[in-house]
Design a binder for this molecule. Structure first.
Ligand code: NDP
Length: 262
């Protein structure tokens, strides 16, 4: 099936690991050009090279902290100049803060909202004119089921993600006039760098499969396991495709059946 992404340019934030890396790999295989960033360009380039993504014409890699609006503008303009435009944006960079509300400092709360809300809005605002010029412009915000179903141990992360989900609806209305679609994927628990780091810091004597299987059972994940980054990348790529041309303001759950909200 031709997804209509070959020769298109997609900008992905946080592409050196997990979901961002899987999305970059899938899009590259589809023939798309990649504009990618993380806060450590050398590591980003190294990791991508390990996945066979090593083509100066088709890859533009930058150091960029998505909470820094001016750095984001420099990244977006650099990418657009390199490729002559931008057709898709994946706002993926991020992490979560594992802490209950009464153990979270005000600075941590501000940082969490900075990362989730400005981590998308800075990028979408900077890329807006290029997406509008594309004719098939699309944005995917990588978010979490927590945006609809908060967890006490991730209280502030949940609230920041609810803000992003709400903002995504407003972005979809704002950009629709230019023919640009804006959608979300809402993740449950996905096996990426974040979970590997938690496993390493957990001090458990179990192996990773046993440890993560117990977490899946504890959280009530119907499929009984964590998801894979590829299982998230696929719906992201699908939403970017012009074949999804009538889908905007939507959110797709990728949570293995963990969502309990209606
Ligand atoms: P990883 O930790 O595997 O990768 C995160 C990526 O984002 C890295 O490339 C990292 O590189 C980059 N990054 C982090 N902060 C910034 C920043 N401020 N500016 C630019 N780049 C940044 O994460 P996942 O793949 O697990 O997560 C991807 C997205 O999915 C995140 O937004 C996360 O919150 C969300 N999510 C993940 C879930 C999961 O279970 N994995 C669950 C729900 C949501 P570097 O550190 O070098 O900058």
């Amino acid at each position: 099936m031709d997804l209509g992404l070959a020769g298109r340019t997609v900008l992905i934030t946080g592409a050196s690991s997990g979901v961002g890396l899987a999305t970059a790999t899938m899009l590259f295989a589809e023939g798309a050009n990649l504009a990618v960033c993380s806060r450590d360009r050398a590591r980003l380039i190294d990791v991508l090279r390990g996945y066979g993504i090593d083509d100066a014409h088709r890859v533009f890699a930058a150091d960029c902290d998505v909470t820094d609006a001016s750095a984001v503008t420099t990244f977006v303009e650099g990418a657009a100049a390199h490729f002559g435009g931008i057709d898709g944006v994946v706002c993926n960079a991020g992490r979560s803060l594992m802490a209950p509300l009464d153990e979270t400092t005000d600075d941590q709360i501000r940082e969490e909202f900075e990362l989730k809300v400005f981590g998308s809005w800075n990028v979408v605002r900077a890329a807006r004119k290029w997406l509008a010029a594309s004719g098939v412009g699309a944005v995917v915000n990588v978010n979490a089921i927590l945006s609809r179903q908060p967890e006490p141990r991730l209280a502030v992360t949940s609230a920041a993600r609810a803000a992003l989900l709400n903002l995504t609806y407003s972005m979809s209305e704002l950009l629709a006039a230019d023919g640009v679609r804006v959608n979300s994927v809402l993740l449950g628990l996905v096996d990426t760098g974040q979970w590997r780091r938690r496993f390493e810091n957990s001090g458990t004597a179990d192996d990773y499969q046993t440890w993560s299987g117990e977490i899946a059972a504890d959280r009530g994940i119907a499929l009984g396991r964590l998801g894979t980054a590829d299982e998230v990348a696929f719906p992201i790529v699908g939403l970017l495709s012009p074949l999804s041309g009538y889908t905007t303001g939507a959110s797709i759950d990728v949570g293995g059946g963990v969502a309990r909200y209606i």
